[in-house]
Design a protein around this ligand. Structure first.
Ligand code: GLU
Ligand code: ZN
Length: 298
């Protein structure tokens, strides 16, 4: 068993993160496996080395230890670019110049009906699909790096059927095994759900050259992660991750989504909630055992 904790160094470690990290760590230790870390710093405008240092210091203080070296996403752009090239060559990506506002306007057109919300917000209406490569397959031109790149989700099934074993009859779909608290068992997403409820997600942001979805899938595979433990806010996004794993020929780990730690008002703990930062509890004299008790893991 190989588990991981993958913090974004955009703020202090708070109780919710500590819960996630301890769960992943204890799971690996109990199974005689390995616990790994990964710094998710692709958003260079928000990531700070000071936060990274503080997060690791808090994790050590909590009594966690991990395999080194720690993987850092900002050093892995070549891996993301290789995957984007593969998808681009196979006409699974297209450039998009829409702003959030363009998308809202397109979705408010009467024929669009009620907008569906997917894992990344409103499902993209497909405005730029087939527009920006001069009416020719995008693979005939160089991969655009100055625009968002979206996955042409309607093309993915044909690609998978062609390149991998085509399913024989029945409903086409993809599944992952969920072992988390609320819904243990196989989670299935049909081809139709991919098209209607997820849509053409952004895989490379113009300002980053990659995206959370693409990087997390490539790096979980690169680190040999067998069990992904993370908050249930990422449960729906896992459907995207499974599709990307299939498209890129990567294994699908087992997923353990856990409940989110909420404050006494039921509000989700955000990173800016400095009052809940582990550092604040430390300064107030709390012990690592106190933190475990606070998140229900003592
Ligand atoms: N870096 C992500 C976050 O801090 C975690 C992503 C994941 O665990 O898949 O929210
Ligand atoms: Zn667009």
């Amino acid at each position: 068993m190989r588990t991981r904790f993958a913090p974004s160094p955009t703020g202090p470690l708070h109780l919710g993160h500590a819960y996630s990290a301890i769960l992943a760590h204890d799971m690996a230790r109990a199974a005689g496996g390995n616990f790994l870390l990964r710094t998710e710093d692709i958003d260079r405008s928000r990531a700070r080395p000071e936060w990274e240092e503080m997060i690791y210091d808090d994790l050590r203080w909590l009594g966690l230890s991990w395999e080194t070296p720690v993987m850092r996403q900002s050093e892995r752009m070549h891996a993301y670019e290789t995957a984007l090239d593969t998808l681009w060559q196979n006409d699974l990506l297209y450039p998009c110049t829409c702003t959030r506002r363009d998308i809202d306007i397109a979705l408010s057109a009467p024929q669009e009906g009620t907008p569906v919300t997917g894992p990344d917000g409103p499902v993209y209406p497909g405005t730029c699909r087939g527009e920006h490569c001069g009416g020719l397959p995008c693979s005939m031109s160089a991969r655009a790096s100055d625009k968002h790149l979206r996955l042409d989700i309607g093309q993915t099934r044909g690609y998978l059927d062609h390149h991998f074993d085509a399913p024989t009859g029945g409903t086409f779909g993809l599944a992952f095994l969920e072992i988390g608290l609320n819904r243990p068992g196989d989670v299935f997403t049909s081809d139709e759900e991919y098209r209607n409820r997820i849509g053409d997600v952004v895989l490379a942001r113009r300002d980053m050259g990659t995206s959370y979805h693409l990087s997390v899938v490539i790096d979980d595979a690169a680190q040999g992660i067998t069990h992904v433990t993370r908050g249930e806010d990422l449960f729906e996004a896992t459907r995207i991750h499974v599709l990307l794993q299939r498209l890129l020929g990567l294994p699908t780990p087992v997923y353990h989504h856990h409940r989110l730690i909420r404050d006494e008002y039921g509000k989700r703990l955000a990173k800016r909630d400095d009052a809940r930062a582990i550092r604040t509890y430390r300064d107030d004299g709390a012990s690592p055992g106190d933190i475990r008790r606070m998140v229900g893991l003592a």
